[in-house]
Write a protein that binds this ligand. Structure first.
Ligand code: BT5
Length: 271
């Protein structure tokens, strides 16, 4: 059933205990991440687990101030505010748990099998042996004395977006509708996402690393790739895995293992 997004529709579908129990819906907003960041400044008592979600973003953002584009009324675009006191090496755990929550929510609401492309992409396999991007995660953090104290975890998922709407992106985009031929229920998908996020976040808060579950979904394992944005020159090598903190392990032609903290990975078709 295709049901419009609203606070009431989310509340009716949501079975989390605290995360998303306070939620604000906007028919249109600049960016749900930006709204929560502004609220956190205006209201020092902003509730832990507060969610902002919308039908349309006029200034949706990806990493490095790239744009996140989604047509009105067809995507899940949401952000969650969390208060925490985490050591800095756990910062990537938030991106990992958001990716896991997105993957599990999509699998609960569709027949798709979902992979995770380092560091923040939610992907599905494509017929050409590549991967298509269904969604992405943007985590923005506040630090105090070397500790993470507040984060805004943003997730964008392409749900009922027709396949031909997307421009050509470096990682081609797709949607649940394009992959399955079926429209999905966005309030339900959002509810599953928030429930899974709550579960993974509580485990991570208790010190359980999301890394094994995330690494089990890692795409490009053992493949020849190129990583841009990790330094002045692109890095080339084979994806060997991930370390416990969410860094990518890349083995170069000489057999040296590099620990890569950030960047964009693409398959290297030419040796
Ligand atoms: C991301 O960044 O993938 C993070 C996306 C997070 C979006 C959510 S929506 C709710 C919350 N509020 C916000 O303002 N943001 C968050 P990155 O890995 O940098 O990927 C961005 C790139 O993905 C763009 O440069 C395009 O190439 C591509 N792209 C843009 N829109 C897309 C879409 N709808 N589907 C797939 N790819 C897209």
């Amino acid at each position: 059933m295709v049901e419009p997004l609203s606070e009431a529709a989310l509340a009716a579908a949501l079975r989390s205990r605290w995360l998303g129990r306070e939620a604000c819906f906007f028919p249109e907003i600049d960016s749900t991440n930006d709204w929560l960041k502004r609220q956190a400044v205006l209201d020092p008592a902003l509730p832990d687990g507060m969610v902002a979600f919308t039908d349309f973003q006029t200034g949706g953002r990806g990493r490095l101030d790239r744009r996140w584009e989604a047509p009105a009324g067809a995507a899940v675009l949401c952000s969650v505010f969390l208060r925490l006191h985490w050591p800095e090496e756990r910062a990537n755990w938030l991106t990992m748990i958001a990716g896991l929550a997105a993957a599990e929510a999509i699998e609960a609401e569709s027949p798709l099998r979902v992979g995770l492309k380092w560091p923040n992409d939610v992907v599905v396999p494509a017929a050409d042996n590549g991967w298509r991007k269904l969604g992405g995660v943007l985590v923005e953090s506040t630090w105090k004395s070397g500790r993470l104290t507040q984060v805004v975890v943003g997730v964008g998922l392409n749900v009922n977006v027709p396949a031909d709407v997307f421009p050509r992106y470096p990682t081609p985009a797709t949607s649940l509708l394009a992959e399955t031929g079926q429209a999905a229920n966005r309030p339900q998908l959002l509810a599953r996402l928030l429930e899974r996020l709550e579960t993974h976040y509580e485990a991570a808060r208790d010190g359980v690393s999301p890394q094994p579950a995330w690494a089990a979904r890692l795409v490009f394992l053992g493949e020849a790739v190129e990583i841009t944005g990790a330094g002045a020159a692109p890095l080339r090598g084979m994806v060997a895995g991930m370390d416990p903190w969410g860094n990518l392990l890349l083995e170069d032609a000489a057999g040296t293992l590099h620990t890569v903290a950030a960047g964009d990975v693409s398959l290297r078709r030419q040796p």
